[in-house]
Design a protein around this ligand. Structure first.
Ligand code: ADP
Length: 495
């Protein structure tokens, strides 16, 4: 792979920096578990452990037709869902691209955009939507919200590249309701929830043993089922004393993106620091910035630029595109990971044709052209540097693998923490359930589309639970029109 010893030494040190050893995995898992406990005890801790006010579990008996609006990362989705007999059928759904300017402008523009989408959805589907007196809407708002009731809450902070001014501390459900009213839409915002809670609920509806909903897309987060008596910070006037509370369960939105904002256990590299500094929310969501789709490409770009600046890649030449922040997408990493050709042809295509690397004429060739020297390169043709070398491409592939695998392993650490935290009480209410194991609903394009992500995640979990030999991991996938809805079955083997 390497052409020089300096290359070899630098890459070895990158490998060391980005590799999460089993011992670190365990340390992170343990810390995560104790942070969960802190967040349950008190308001304002690093892990928000948001009480969703959604009590109990779905068991498939719920029925009705509802509208949902889902906003978080790249798209806004409106879905008309029909619940019946344990199946949630989306009757109609529409996806709307979010103009990047809407994410950073006035809140009114953002919420008017949402209401416009609902309006056009209802108009386009008036044949299937009965003329009810009122439509009930579940608002999936995937940002940290301090929930005050099932359909109200206040924004703690923006994440994932949103910055709409003046929204922190305000109620997004109220903003949406006002925007709907101002358009004379008879739609009632009856629930406000995080997307991971939506994942948890929709999986639980079809698979009642679902105890965790995990989201791995633009951002990253999870929700899980908690026993109410373990929520020390709960409002006892609403949720009763310990005796009553031990009988109840509530979905908790962990908001794990903020994990270790104090920088105590996460092995952050200088590349992570660079990404954080240039982000719209410096010093916030540090964990999310190490694992989520929005950031992995940008971390990779920073590592590649460092190698270029040290003349260890592409003969020290960058390209305009690679020099531009956020232009190296996580999607590119998937393409690079997927390439198993001997010459790494797809990687070549990605680097040369897409990112414009290796396309710069060398100074020497330009001089030759200017001087009009005769010889093999004369005749007006510019001498081009050879494009990327195989060694360049192998190094790029290795860097990508390090960053992708680190993400999956860090996710394994927190998932391990969540499972250990819930183990023995939520998912083992009785022996039959213990035998059946638990289900984990997973949603998000990073998980669904990044090659090897799932297997790296499972390997991480297996390293963590080596002391419990009776435990096994079974993964199953099912699809949901265009959006990834996947299910992990995490249980114990039956023997
Ligand atoms: P949301 O934006 O609501 O989280 P998704 O779950 O579809 O929606 O996540 C989109 C994000 O997933 C993109 O911003 C990107 O970071 C990542 N992503 C999309 N496609 C791929 C892919 N092929 N490989 C890796 N990551 C991807």
């Amino acid at each position: 792979v390497y052409e020089t010893q300096k290359q070899q030494v630098t890459i070895a040190s990158l490998v060391q920096e980005f590799t999460i050893l089993p011992i670190t995995l365990k340390t992170i898992k343990d810390r995560f578990k104790s942070e969960m406990a802190k967040g349950l005890a008190k308001q304002g801790e690093t892990l928000a452990m948001v009480q969703t006010h959604i009590l109990g579990r779905l068991n498939g008996s719920e029925t009705g037709t509802y509208l949902t609006l889902d906003i978080g990362g790249t798209y806004l989705r409106v879905v008309l869902v029909e619940l019946s007999q344990g199946s949630a059928v989306s009757i109609r759904q529409e996806k709307y691209a979010i103009n990047p300017l809407v994410k950073v402008g006035e809140p009114k523009v953002l919420f008017d955009f949402m209401a416009t989408c609902i309006d056009s959805f209802l108009l386009a589907n008036d044949a299937v939507i009965p003329k009810w007196s009122q439509l009930e809407l579940g608002f999936t708002f995937s940002f940290p919200v301090l929930q005050t009731s099932i359909n109200s809450g206040t924004l703690i902070e923006w994440t994932k590249g949103y910055t709409c001014h003046g929204m922190v501390g305000k109620d997004p459900a109220k903003f949406l309701q006002q925007a709907l009213l101002s358009r004379n839409l008879n739609v009632n915002v009856s629930a406000l929830m995080n997307d991971t809670v939506g994942t948890l609920l929709s999986h639980a509806y079809q698979h009642p043993h679902t105890v965790v909903g995990l989201g791995l897309g633009t951002g990253s987060n999870a929700a899980y089922i908690e026993r109410v008596d373990r929520i020390g910070k709960r409002d006892t006037t609403v949720l009763g004393d310990n005796a009553e509370a031990s009988e109840q369960e509530m979905a908790i939105n962990i908001e794990f993106g903020a994990f270790d904002n104090e920088r105590t256990v996460l092995p952050m590299t200088m590349f992570d620091n660079k990404v954080d500094r240039k982000s719209l929310n410096p010093s916030k969501q540090l964990f999310e910035k190490m694992i989520a789709g929005m950031y992995l490409g940008e971390i990779t770009r920073n590592v590649l630029l460092d190698l270029i600046d040290n003349r260890l890649l592409f003969r020290g030449q960058s390209s305009h595109k690679l020099d531009t922040p956020w232009e190296f997408l996580t999607e590119y990493m998937s393409v690079i990971e997927e390439d198993s050709t001997t010459d790494l042809e797809d990687v070549r295509h990605m680097l040369e044709d897409n990112l414009g690397l290796g396309q710069v004429e060398s100074l020497e060739s330009q001089l030759v052209a200017v001087a009009g020297t005769t010889g093999p390169t004369s005749g007006g043709e510019l001498l081009r540097e050879p494009a990327t070398t195989l060694s360049d491409r192998q190094i790029v592939k290795l860097v990508v693998k390090l960053i992708g695998e680190r993400s999956a392993r860090l996710t394994a650490a927190v998932l391990g923490g969540i499972l250990e935290h819930t183990m023995g009480y939520t998912w083992a209410r009785n022996e039959a359930e213990r035998q059946g194991g638990v289900d984990i609903g997973v949603d998000g394009s990073l998980y669904g589309l990044y090659p090897g992500y799932e297997s790296d995640l499972v390997r991480g979990l297996e390293e963590l639970f080596v002391l419990e030999p009776e435990m096994s991991f079974l993964f199953a996938k099912d699809g949901d029109s265009g959006k990834f809805m996947e299910k992990i079955r995490f249980g114990r083997s039956l023997d």
